[in-house]
Design a binder for this molecule. Structure first.
Ligand code: GLC
Ligand code: CA
Length: 555
């Protein structure tokens, strides 16, 4: 496969609102990040992905953008952004921004203009439809649902039509059928590249093209079914190719599309190296592994055998044809150690084990802020402590439908997006060193023990492990470009595979349990070259201790 920096790089995801507050207003900001550049560089990462920092009324924490060319006031200014970009570049770190162009904020001047009258020149920049039936107001044009609950259509009393919003009411979908919309977006993208950024993470990019029939969602189709009429719509590939030609070409940048509704087959259409579309995508199959019938609020236990099979499917499915992006969490998901590891007795070991697995797979690894500390889920006592609109909507809707408070809160404790959004834990001091003021969202009380300062002082911490792991991956290009072969497929505790290439043959073994378990007997004399040390007890060449994760050379 073609070798590039974004295949070899390790990405660190920054959620600016929760990373570091520099001015005491309780909200993380760009100057806050600027003060932590050396920390980020010390992790050995090569690329950062910044969640949206554009002007926004913050109904959905910056995913509702009211000005694509300016920085959110709470986060700072364009000058701060330029300083941050220069600071990263000076440390050899590339910067990838979020691109949110399936929808804008309803406060964007484009939408204000669009909703002002049916004859506005921008009317057609969004998706407007008359309602159905004689009612006042009439019924919505079809049965599509919005991601954060409720119908996907909002009636506008001023012009007596509905507009489409696949997410919140304040996030109207842009009309990509309109060439002027595409031109405006492409020009905006080019301006960011000219400013010096190194790529885009493209929000819900698979939803851009809507089936012009606007047919109803079928009963068997979930919101993000691959066949839903707005998932991989008829013109998606055309739009992305035009984007490649008119916005991306000529720049040495990377693109990673967030891709709801993607199967391996669909992925090859969007990121196949022969397709000239995007570089990488985020699939959701792994993140759906504990959902019931596509509903993330109805959780089921994770089976390691199923998890291995999903990961193997992607590793082999894209091998030699497209490039994976690997992640165990992001700003929309629970903390990885709480979901896939054990945030109780084995927090530190299992956090390390997950990092080791992530950085040993084929594909570009993404580490989310705090993952390098083993930060865990929070369980706020009351719904009043939550900020995420998705969580608040679910709570309201579930209670209205008769669910009990305790059950709803348990589901929120496990799955809420706010688990990933509690402030970064810098020290055991006031507000974990995140802010001098009142933080916009509460802290995880475990900050007294889980924090950067404490982990700096502890050579056995997840933090120090992360640094040696990134170094290790750099020293072993086999982990980047080698092939993948799953072993011990049916083993309910052991995740083991072989990576081979670049002159090496490496055996990776991860014990996904709190009990000692047998490793695989691969080859004559595996030579241990990297390990998380496990939890002690049971570790031998043949056995892995609880949550032990190790890499051995087989040649
Ligand atoms: C993506 C983002 C998420 C946001 C949604 C709507 O899934 O990751 O945070 O709420 O798109 O923009
Ligand atoms: Ca601030």
């Amino acid at each position: 496969m073609r070798k590039t920096w974004w295949k070899e790089g390790i990405v660190y995801q920054l959620y600016p609102r929760s990373f570091m507050d520099s001015n005491g207003d309780g909200i993380g900001d760009l100057r806050g990040i600027l003060g932590r550049l050396d920390y980020i560089a010390s992790l050995g990462v090569d690329i950062v992905w910044l969640n949206p920092v554009y002007a926004s009324p913050n109904k959905d924490n910056g995913y509702d953008i009211s000005d694509y060319e300016n920085v959110m006031e709470e986060f700072g200014s364009l000058a701060d952004f330029d300083a941050l970009l220069a600071g990263f570049h000076a440390r050899g770190i590339k910067v990838v921004m979020d691109l949110v162009v399936n929808h804008s904020s309803s406060e964007h001047p484009w939408f204000r203009e669009s909703r002002s009258s049916k004859t506005s020149p921008k009317r057609d920049w969004y998706i407007w439809k008359p309602g159905l039936g004689p009612g006042k107001p009439p019924s919505p044009p079809n049965n599509w649902k919005a991601c954060f609950t409720g119908p996907a259509w909002e009636f506008d009393p001023g012009t007596e039509e509905y507009y489409l919003h696949l997410f919140a009411v304040e996030q109207p979908d842009l009309n990509w059928e309109n060439p002027a919309v595409r031109q405006a977006v492409f020009a905006m993208m080019r301006r960011w590249f000219e400013r010096g950024i190194d790529g885009f993470r493209m929000d819900v990019i698979t939803l851009l093209s809507k089936d012009p029939s606007y047919r109803n969602l079928r009963p068997e189709e979930g919101m993000f079914s691959p066949t839903a009429p707005y998932v991989y719509g008829p013109r998606l590939h055309e739009f992305i190719r035009q984007m490649r030609q008119e916005a991306l070409s000529g720049f040495d940048i990377m693109t990673v599309g967030e891709a709801p509704g993607t199967t391996v087959e669909k992925a090859l259409e969007l990121v196949g190296e022969d397709r000239g579309e995007l570089d990488m995508l985020f699939q959701f199959e792994l993140m759906g592994i504990d959902h019931t019938d596509g509903d993330k609020w109805r959780q089921r236990p994770i089976s390691l055998v199923e998890m291995k099979s999903v990961i193997e499917g992607w590793q082999l499915g894209l091998a030699g044809r497209a490039w994976n992006s690997n992640y165990f969490m992001n700003h929309d998901q629970p903390r990885s150690v709480s979901r896939f590891g054990d945030d109780g007795a084995y927090r530190s070991e299992s956090a390390k084990a997950l990092l080791l697995l992530n950085l040993s797979l084929c594909g570009t690894p993404y580490i989310y802020q705090g993952e390098e500390l083993g930060m865990a889920n929070v369980a706020f006592p009351s719904i009043k402590d939550y900020r995420d609109l998705d969580t608040l909507n679910y709570h309201k809707e579930a209670l209205a439908a008769g669910a009990g408070e305790a059950k709803v809160m348990a589901s929120i404790h496990y799955m809420s997006r706010d688990n990933a959004r509690t402030p970064m834990q810098w020290s055991a001091g006031k507000n974990a060193g995140f802010t001098q003021g009142e933080p916009w969202i509460g802290l995880n009380p475990d900050y007294r023990t889980v924090n950067v300062e404490a982990e700096e002082a502890d050579p056995a911490s997840v933090l120090h492990f992360t640094r040696s792991l990134t170094k290790f991956r750099k020293a072993h290009p086999c982990l980047v470009y080698g092939s993948f072969e799953l072993l011990a497929r049916e083993d309910p505790r052991l995740f083991a595979f072989i990576r081979e290439g670049e002159g090496e043959r490496l055996l990776v073994e991860v014990n996904f349990s709190g009990q000692a378990t047998a490793g695989v007997a691969a080859g004559k004399s595996p030579r241990l070259i990297f390990s998380n040390g496990g939890a002690g007890g049971g570790s031998t060449p043949a056995m892995l201790g609880p949550w032990e994760a190790r890499i051995s050379a087989l040649n």
